[in-house]
Design a protein around this ligand. Structure first.
Ligand code: TGC
Ligand code: FAD
Length: 392
C-alpha cells in the first residue's frame, strides 16, 4: 500500500465525549497501526500470511486483554478504550483485529471469567504479553449458527477427560499455543476446556484458498482421543451461555472495529475524489460522487454515536446481548456498503492493492458472517422485541 495518509472523520466532534485516557490509548493505537501495520499488511494479505512480527506490538498497545485487570497482565482499561483499540486495529485490517479479538474476548475473557485462580495465573500473563497465542473453538462442520447442537464431546475417564470431535473455521488455530474449546459432557452439558498444543491426538490443519481475511490464519481443530487433565476444565460456568457470553465481548469489539474499516474506506475515497480529475474537474465536484461521500460520513457518524452509547452502557455493565447484536449487525453492514461504494469512487484503481479498500471489502465478507451472521443478529433483535424466538 502507498503511504498511509489516514485522517479520521469526526463529524459530530465525538472526541469531546472521550476522556484524556481514551484519546491517549486511541492515538497510541492509531500511530502504531500507521507505523507497523499499514506498511506490511497488503503484502501479508496477498501472500495469505499472518504477520507474526506484529504480535509484540499488539501486546504493547494493550490489544491483548485491554480490560483484563493488570494483576493478570492485562491493560486494566475500560470498555470504551477496548472498543477504540479495536477500531484502530481494524482501520488497518480486519484480520489483525480478529487476532486481537480472539486473544482478548474469546481466550483471555473465558479464562478470566470462568477459570480457576490457578488457570488465570498460568495463562493470562503469557496471553497478555503475546508469549502465548490462543484460539476459540465453538463452530463445527455441521453446527455454525446453531452451536448448541455441537457433537464434540468429553468423557470422564477418572484421572482425565477424553476429548473427541472437530472444530472448523477457527481463527489463529494454525499457530495457537492453546485453544479454549467447547464440548459436551456425558450429560450433554457444554463445558469449556483449555487444550494445549502438543497434547497427543490434537492437530490444527490450516484452511487455505480464502478470498477474505487473508492476513489472518484460519484452521480446524481436530481431537482424536485427546487426554485433557481435569485441571484444564473451566470450572466456573457451563452451558451454551458460557461461550455466548464470550461472544458478547467479541461482538462488541467488532462493532467498533467495523467503524475503523469504514473510516479508512471513506477517508481514502474522499482524498482520491478530490485529487482525481475527469472532464476537467475533480470527481469530488460531481453530485453523484458527493452523494456517495456524504452518505458514507453520515452512516459512519450514526454508527459512532450508537457505539459510543453502547460503550457507555458496557462500562456500567448495563448493555444487553441484544443491544450488542444490533451494533455488530448495523456497523458491519454499514462498513461493507461503504467499502463497496468507496471502491467505485476509485474506479479501476479501487481493485488494486495500492489502496486498502478492496482488502477491507473482502475482509468484511467474513466479519458479516462470523460471530453470528447478519441474519442471526436480526433474529436476535426480533426475539428481543417480540419475545418469540424465530431461530427454529
Ligand atoms: P438459547 O436457548 O437462546 O440460549 C442458550 C443459553 O444461552 C443464553 N444466551 C446468552 N448468554 C450470554 N450471552 C448471549 N449473547 C446469550 N444468548 C443466549 C440463554 O439465556 C440460554 O441460557 P440458559 O441458562 O437458559 O441455558 O440458544 P439457541 O441455541 O436457541 O441459540 C441462540 C442463538 C442463535 C442466538 C445463538 O446460538 C447464536 O448466537 N448463534 C450464532 C453462533 C455464533 O455467533 N458463533 C460464533 C462462533 S465464534 C466466532 O465466530 C469467532 S470469529 C473471531 C474473529 O476472528 O474475530
Ligand atoms: P450456517 O450456520 O450454515 O448459515 C448459513 C446461512 O444460513 C447463513 O446465511 C445464516 O444466516 C443462515 N441461517 C442459519 N440459521 C438460520 C435460521 N435459524 N434462520 C434463518 N437463517 C439462518 N468460529 C469459531 O468458533 N471460532 C473462530 O475463531 C471462528 N473464526 C472464523 C473465521 C472466519 C474467517 C470465518 C469465515 C468464520 C469463523 N468462525 C469461527 C465461524 C463462524 O462463527 C461461522 O461461520 C458462523 O457462525 C456461521 O456459521 P456457518 O458458516 O456454519 O453458517
Amino acid at each position: 500500500m502507498s503511504q498511509d495518509l489516514f485522517q479520521a472523520p469526526d463529524y459530530y466532534n465525538l472526541d469531546d465525549l472521550l476522556t484524556e485516557e481514551h484519546l491517549l490509548v486511541r492515538d497510541a493505537a492509531r500511530e502504531w497501526v500507521k507505523r507497523e501495520v499499514s506498511p506490511i499488511i497488503e503484502n501479508a494479505a496477498q501472500k495469505a500470511e499472518f504477520p507474526k512480527q506484529i504480535i509484540n506490538g499488539l501486546a504493547e498497545i494493550g490489544a491483548f486483554g485491554p480490560y483484563i485487570p493488570e494483576q493478570y497482565g492485562g491493560a486494566g482499561l475500560d470498555q470504551m478504550s477496548y472498543g477504540l483499540i479495536m477500531q484502530e486495529i481494524e482501520r488497518g485490517d480486519s484480520g489483525v483485529r480478529s487476532t486481537a479479538s480472539v486473544q482478548s474476548s474469546l481466550v483471555m475473557y473465558p479464562i478470566y471469567k470462568y477459570g480457576s485462580e490457578e488457570q488465570r495465573k498460568k495463562y493470562l500473563p503469557k496471553l497478555a504479553s503475546g508469549e502465548f497465542m490462543g484460539c476459540f473453538g465453538l463452530t463445527e462442520p455441521d453446527y455454525g449458527s446453531n452451536p448448541g447442537g455441537m457433537v464434540t464431546n468429553i468423557k470422564d475417564k477418572g484421572d482425565y477427560f477424553l476429548l473427541n470431535g472437530a472444530k472448523m473455521w477457527i481463527s489463529n488455530a494454525p499457530f495457537a499455543d492453546i485453544a479454549v474449546v467447547w464440548a459436551k459432557n456425558e450429560e450433554g452439558r457444554i463445558k469449556g476446556l483449555i487444550v494445549e498444543r502438543g497434547m497427543e491426538g490434537f492437530t490444527t490443519p490450516e484452511t487455505h484458498n480464502k478470498w477474505s481475511l487473508r492476513a489472518s490464519a484460519t484452521g480446524e481443530l481436530i481431537f482424536d482421543n485427546v487426554k485433557i487433565p481435569k485441571e484444564n476444565i473451566l470450572p466456573n460456568k457451563d452451558g451454551l451461555g458460557a461461550p455466548l457470553g464470550c461472544l458478547d465481548s467479541a461482538r462488541y469489539g467488532i462493532a467498533w472495529g467495523a467503524i475503523g474499516a469504514a473510516m479508512d474506506c471513506y477517508d481514502t475515497a474522499l482524498r482520491y475524489a478530490k485529487e482525481r480529475v475527469q472532464f476537467d474537474k475533480p470527481i469530488a465536484g460531481y453530485q453523484l460522487q458527493q452523494k456517495k461521500l456524504a452518505e458514507m460520513v453520515t452512516e459512519i457518524t450514526k454508527a459512532q454515536l450508537l457505539t459510543w452509547r453502547l460503550g457507555a452502557l458496557r462500562n456500567e455493565e448495563k448493555a444487553t446481548s441484544a443491544q450488542i447484536s444490533m451494533a455488530k449487525r448495523n456497523n458491519v453492514d454499514m462498513a461493507l456498503k461503504i467499502a463497496r461504494e468507496a471502491r467505485q469512487v476509485l474506479g479501476a484503481m479501487g481493485i488494486t492493492g495500492e489502496y486498502s479498500i478492496m482488502r477491507h471489502m473482502m475482509n468484511l465478507e467474513s466479519v458479516i458472517t462470523y460471530e453470528g451472521t447478519h441474519d442471526i443478529h436480526l433474529l436476535i433483535t426480533g426475539f428481543d422485541i417480540t419475545g418469540i424466538p424465530a431461530f427454529k
